[in-house]
Design a binder for this molecule. Structure first.
Ligand code: NAD
Length: 438
């Protein structure tokens, strides 16, 4: 047993996030607007609505003074952008990074608005960040920075207003400090002000595997549409972290034959099917890496992406399927566990080939769905069993998949654009009914 106040774990990455895609760094907001534009055009969106939905409703900028360990005061810039709150309180992660910009926050907040609308959770979109290099901050400095950022935004955050979550370089411990600081100001414990909390502070069952489970659920929904049985399908999964390893295990449990997985150390292939629990155990014993795994043939990550499989799950990082390798990709279905794994050029090539791409904004929405469940449980003060969380996740992901699939057919477009059409239509319809307050 450790002491009463054990060293907080601030450096481990959170396994439960509301991460957003890496957008074009030159102009992230424009790169978000590009897809919004296509959807707006399909929907023949009124120009006034277009302008409203393209613009964030609030932008908060705060200067965060932190007393560093040296005794010197350093001031950091903190941002919170609320893109839209037509469907409900806004929701979105907080990231700590040296290159946080307002344009990036605006784009990512809008991306959260669309994601929440697609999955059917009653939230708008937000994003926050602090311009800092968390690796250069001590634990004490990180705690003071987090608490002051929260205190400065105490009137912005709130269970009915704006609910943050972990994103890049922020984790459960940081969310616990947000909860505590907000609660100190509110003079009561307010668990629902933040999601992605430690279980003991009101986190949800099932959250650890929520994103990977969501990937499995939409894959099963796609197989049903294509009249394919899981037992007839082979799968390759790129990335064996939180999302990839859970997706691989659950797809295997559904009867699919997972023939290849990979991580940063390369690919592992067995045409007769890999034993995923064995690989997970191996990775756990070897610093979360598959290097040296003996019961598979070694292949490169590049080879994995072009294997002759039915289902490809990119679950590592962005820009993996590009104009160079897309012509060689043989999978019939691509399920984007990662954010932005397919470049726009590759998207076009694959669409022409007839590959069904389940886009990131839908495929990896399991995390934000369980975030919503966490908020609901906090507000009910009643905590659900794992079984209940999983059943509800299944229902919401399937409904979202079916809605997007129908839009795709109705507008004869890709699932990616179909997803945006659903989102923009939903938010615009709610706005139309609410009207504009004079
Ligand atoms: P993670 O860090 O747990 O795992 C990433 C995995 O990818 C690791 O196995 C790593 O070795 C591997 N990898 C890294 N570079 C690689 C490369 N070049 N080739 C092959 N493998 C490589 O991360 P994660 O939480 O599983 O997230 C993976 C992706 O899913 C990211 O794009 C993330 O934004 C997205 N995502 C995650 C969540 C979540 O809840 N964790 C939710 C939505 C989206």
């Amino acid at each position: 047993m450790g002491g009463l106040y054990q060293k907080p774990d601030v450096l481990s990455s959170s396994i439960y996030k509301e991460p957003a895609p890496i957008l074009d760094r030159e102009n992230p907001f424009e790169s978000m607007i590009e897809r919004f534009n296509v959807a707006a055009e399909i929907l023949e969106l009124d120009p006034g609505f277009y302008e409203y939905l393209a613009t964030p409703v609030h932008i908060h900028i705060v200067s965060i003074p932190v007393v560093m360990d040296s005794g010197r005061i350093k001031v950091f810039e903190g941002i919170r952008v609320i893109h839209n709150e037509v469907l409900g309180p806004s929701k979105g992660g907080i990231r700590y990074a040296p290159d946080v910009t307002i344009d990036e926050m605006k784009a990512l907040a809008a991306w959260m608005t669309w994601k929440c609308a697609i999955i059917g959770v009653p939230f708008g979109g937000a994003k926050g960040g602090v311009k800092c290099d968390p690796r250069k901050l001590s634990i004490g400095e990180l705690e003071r920075l987090t608490r002051r950022y929260t205190a400065d935004l105490v009137d912005v955050f709130g269970p009915d207003k704006d609910i943050p979550a972990p994103d890049m370089n922020t984790n459960e411990q940081i969310m616990a400090w947000v909860l505590d600081t907000y609660s100190m100001h509110a003079r009561r414990t307010e668990s629902a002000v933040v999601t992605g909390k430690p279980l003991i502070l009101g986190g949800s069952q099932g959250r650890r595997e929520a994103t990977g489970r969501g990937v499995m659920i939409v894959t099963m929904a796609a197989l049903e549409r294509l009249h394919l049985r899981p037992s007839e399908c082979t799968v390759a999964v790129q990335g064996f972290g939180n999302v990839g390893s859970v997706a691989a295990r659950l797809l295997q449990e559904q009867g699919c034959k997972v023939v290849a997985v990979s991580d940063i150390t390369g690919g592992y292939y067995n045409p007769d099917g890999l034993h995923i629990p064995d690989l997970i155990e191996y990775a756990e014993e070897h610093h979360r890496l598959l290097e040296g795994y003996p019961r598979a043939e070694r292949i490169t990550n590049e080879e994995l992406l072009t294997l002759d499989v039915d289902i490809l799950v990119p679950a590592a990082k962005e820009n993996q399927i590009t104009a160079e390798n897309a012509p060689d990709v043989k999978a019939r279905i691509i399920v984007e566990g990662a954010n932005g794994p397919t470049t726009p050029e590759a998207d076009e090539i694959l669409n022409k080939k007839g590959t069904l791409i389940i886009p990131d904004i839908l495929a990896n929405a399991g995390g934000v769905t369980v975030s919503y469940f966490e908020w609901v449980q906090n507000r009910q003060g009643f905590y659900w069993t794992l079984d209940r969380v999983n059943r509800r996740l299944d229902r919401m992901m399937r409904t979202a998949f079916n809605n997007v699939y129908s839009a795709t057919q109705k507008y004869n477009t890709s699932m990616r654009i179909g997803a945006y059409v659903i989102a923009v239509d939903k938010v615009a319809s709610a706005l139309r009914i609410r009207g504009i307050y004079a």
